[in-house]
Design a protein around this ligand. Structure first.
Ligand code: ATP
Ligand code: MG
Length: 415
């Protein structure tokens, strides 16, 4: 199934907005054997969009478009379809009624311009939108299925799922492209490759070949595995590939389903019934922010204190002036006192202290920029590590939070 994806909206051609719908659409269509061959980003320009529709018809099997189905004058997707194929712009009174009722339920009167959303070009099929006023449309043209979906992801996603279940799945003969994203931390990209290459190198010529890509992102390495096969075969193949990689990479793999480190650590904390409190200096609250990015984190996240100055460390965490004077704020004794201080003051089972030099200034010969000390205390264990991180300020902050969570993950995982 050859596919084009069209993202419609002039805002997508500015520096302020990016088309993310096409990523979600690609992932879902790949899984049912769709081969995305081209993507277009088209402004609110009727002639340009009509031109894309005409080029698509007879060229590919499926075109999925998002955006521009709203009621305002800059929403031109329907008009472009009408224009491209010279269709009659019939208005479906049942849709007008449906939109009118949506407005009435909210105590509002439907503005006249919303009638535009009830235009169903002759020959097109209406796709119901349960989360918004704009219905989607589907039309067949020269062997090409053209689908128009609304732009807001929360409206688009369920409509896409419905379309796949009702019409597209049956075209895939059960075959699709399936991926696993393994996330790894605590090793360099070359370490990961040295250990993993002998394993994934064999997969290229396997009966069910697996393609492997290695990607280094901030503070972590990703291994992307992909297989094209029938659903159950792909599942088994990927499961055993992940198991083989675990043998060589061990606990450096923290996630095999794309979930981030904060989600994995959160799951461990929840599983043990532990609450966590963190004291942050150089990470400036990022550790708290990442931990609370996870839905449901209130189950285990107690609080975070950003104690940047020495005085804050003394006042809020009870760090001793003597330790600060003798070892400096970026030192193992101070990190330990930070973790202990926040833990004792809150009664949380897990206390974390992070202190370091994010740069670009503030480094010295003995403690260069990137020196970060992390202390983690759990009911079972207490560890303090001094790390030397590289990169700019952003990266050092990110990796400080990453290192703290990874230390905690390994400590909780050991049991
Ligand atoms: P509406 O009735 O809400 O106007 P619409 O179908 O006309 O729906 P647009 O006006 O094009 O959709 O976009 C509405 C919003 O949907 C945008 O502000 C943006 O937040 C989101 N959106 C649109 N296209 C995309 C895209 N390709 N990727 C991610 N988000 C998108
Ligand atoms: Mg709109």
């Amino acid at each position: 199934m050859r596919v084009w994806i069209v993202a419609i909206g002039s805002e997508l051609l500015t520096p302020f907005r990016i088309d993310t719908n096409s990523l979600a659409i690609t992932e879902r269509l790949n899984a049912i054997g769709g081969d995305v061959q081209m993507k277009f980003v088209v402004g609110d320009n009727l002639a340009a969009l009509a031109d894309v529709f005409r080029r698509a018809a007879g060229t590919v099997d499926l075109v999925v478009c998002t955006g521009g189905l709203g009621p305002t004058a800059d929403d031109i997707t329907r008009d472009a379809l009408v224009e491209a194929f010279g269709l009659a712009p019939d208005v479906d009174e049942a849709i007008v009624e449906g939109i009118r009722r949506r407005f009435e339920r909210r105590g509002l009167t439907m503005p006249d311009i919303n009638r535009r959303q009830a235009v169903v070009p002759r020959g097109a099929t209406v796709l119901e939108n349960t989360r918004g006023t704009a219905p989607g449309l589907l039309i067949e043209r020269a062997g090409t299925t053209i689908v128009l979906l609304p732009g807001p992801p929360r409206e688009m996603t369920p409509m896409l799922e419905r379309l796949i279940a009702d019409r597209l799945q049956s075209r895939s003969a059960g075959r699709g492209l399936f991926r696993r994203v393994l996330k790894i931390t605590g090793l360099t990209e070359s370490d990961v490759d040295a250990r993993a290459q002998p394993v994934y190198g064999r997969w290229i010529d396997a009966p069910v070949p697996i393609a492997t890509t290695i990607l280094a992102a901030m503070g972590q390495i990703e291994l992307h595995l992909s297989v094209t096969a029938e659903t159950p075969v792909a599942g088994h193949t990927l499961d055993s590939a992940v198991a083989e990689l675990r043998e060589v990479l061990g606990t450096a793999i923290f996630s095999t389903d794309g979930r981030p480190l904060e989600a994995m650590v959160g799951e461990q904390l929840r599983g043990r019934g532990y609450r966590i409190a963190v004291a942050e200096s150089c990470s400036g609250g990022l550790l708290s922010s990442r931990l609370t990015d996870v839905p449901g984190s209130s189950d285990y996240f107690d609080r975070g204190a950003v104690c940047y100055s020495n005085q804050a460390k003394i006042d809020w965490l009870g760090v001793s002036e003597a330790s600060l004077a003798a070892h400096g704020a970026v030192s193992e004794p101070v990190a330990r006192e930070m973790a202990r201080g926040i833990r004792d003051r809150t009664g949380a089972q897990v206390g974390v202290g992070v202190t370091g030099i994010a740069g670009p200034g503030g480094g010295s010969e003995q403690k260069p920029v990137g020196t970060v000390v992390v202390a983690v205390i759990t009911p079972e264990d207490e560890r303090v590590r001094t790390l030397l991180l590289f990169g700019g300020r952003d990266l050092i902050k990110f990796q400080s939070a990453q290192a703290a969570m990874n230390m905690l993950r390994l400590m909780l995982g050991d049991r």
